[in-house]
Design a protein around this ligand. Structure first.
Ligand code: XMP
Length: 318
């Protein structure tokens, strides 16, 4: 019978046998899969695992600092690389969703490649690939690996891709990954995190991306997500987030006319992200969150709730 404990034991041995005394590099995303992969590898090879956590400037509010601290607390050998400026520069003026994804993916590859080069004699690339990623490897939404694939087709393989690959979670599903993570003592809050796309807030800001828009969306998103947690709704929702729309609308504040941004909130139920339904969040909750957003986030005067199912609407707006 499959148990998380036997999986951990067997996988740790298999990793040790496979990589021996070689050095391994792994990109952490803050998500469940890469975190569980990192802790497993750390258990197997300790300091020979070099983790890299890149701030692309499109993470949630305070996410880079908080998650980096958590990783350090877990005993991981992790380097945080703040490349926000580089990503913002690469995105400047780009409005097309696919071009944004490409720009973000390419910037990620450049930063990761630079960092991997700084590790002397690294031989392996570890990835948090799980079984559904393997069977959907042609999917357009595979995160960094999907981007790497399109880059690969263009030619000019980055050096880190010449590394041998170790993927300890390749044969298991998400719920099993969470159970393995729990057995490894990973904090339940981290294991229960909603999925978050690799391109981050970059595909939730419709139109061109600026530092100011990122700041606005981070504030809105934080109010929404903290609200879900405070109301005990977070774990009932598969994924939630906010979109910054490229639309201004007229409002009134005191006796002043305003002409400011509109945000859309989205919360969905799903099992695998392939299909999804919008969540019937309590009106009282939506009312509170909407008021908080409009009162606290300068530059936003209107909040709407997305009531579209997937298909045909996707979860992300871009
Ligand atoms: P869509 O918008 O296609 O999203 O309904 C389905 C799920 O995939 C996530 N997503 C991504 N994840 N890189 C990722 O790592 C991406 O480029 C990407 N695009 C979408 C999305 O957040 C949802 O969970």
């Amino acid at each position: 019978d499959w148990t998380p404990a036997s999986f951990v034991e067997e996988t740790v041995e298999a990793i040790q046998e496979k990589v021996g005394n070689d050095k391994v590099v792994l990109g952490l995303s803050g998500g469940v899969d890469s975190s569980v992969a990192a802790v497993l590898l750390n258990k197997a090879i300790g300091k020979n695992l070099y983790c890299i956590f890149v701030n692309n400037g499109l993470l949630r509010k305070n996410e880079f600092e908080n998650v980096l601290q958590q990783y350090e607390g877990m005993g991981l050998n992790v380097k945080g690389v703040d490349a926000s400026g580089r990503f913002l520069a690469a995105l400047k003026g780009i409005e097309d969703p696919e071009q944004k994804r490409k720009a973000i993916g390419n910037a990620f590859i450049e930063v990761f490649d630079d960092e991997a080069h700084k590790i002397k004699d690294v031989k392996w690339l570890a990835q948090g690939t799980i079984y559904p990623d393997v069977i959907e490897s042609v999917s357009a939404t595979g995160g960094p690996s999907a981007t790497i694939k399109s880059h690969h087709n263009v030619g000019g393989l980055p050096d880190f891709m010449k590394l041998k690959v170790v993927e300890p979670l390749r044969a298991i599903f998400k719920d099993e990954v969470r159970r393995v993570g729990a057995t490894l003592g990973i904090n339940p809050e981290l294991l229960g995190r909603h999925p978050f796309p690799g391109p981050g807030l970059g595909i939730r800001i419709l139109g061109d991306i600026t530092a100011e828009k990122v700041r606005i969306l981070q504030e809105v998103d934080a109010i929404f997500i903290d609200g879900l947690k405070a109301w005990g709704l977070y774990d009932q929702v598969w994924q939630a987030g906010a979109m910054l729309l490229p639309v201004n609308s007229v409002g009134v504040m005191g006796d002043e006319r305003t002409y400011e941004k509109c945000v859309a909130l989205r919360a969905v139920e799903s099992t695998d992200g392939m299909t999804a339904d919008w969540v019937n969040l309590p009106y009282a909750f939506l009312q509170k969150v909407s008021n908080d957003i409009i009162n606290k986030v300068k530059g936003v005067n209107r909040v709407v709730y997305d009531i579209s199912s997937k298909p045909p609407a996707t979860i992300e707006w871009e």
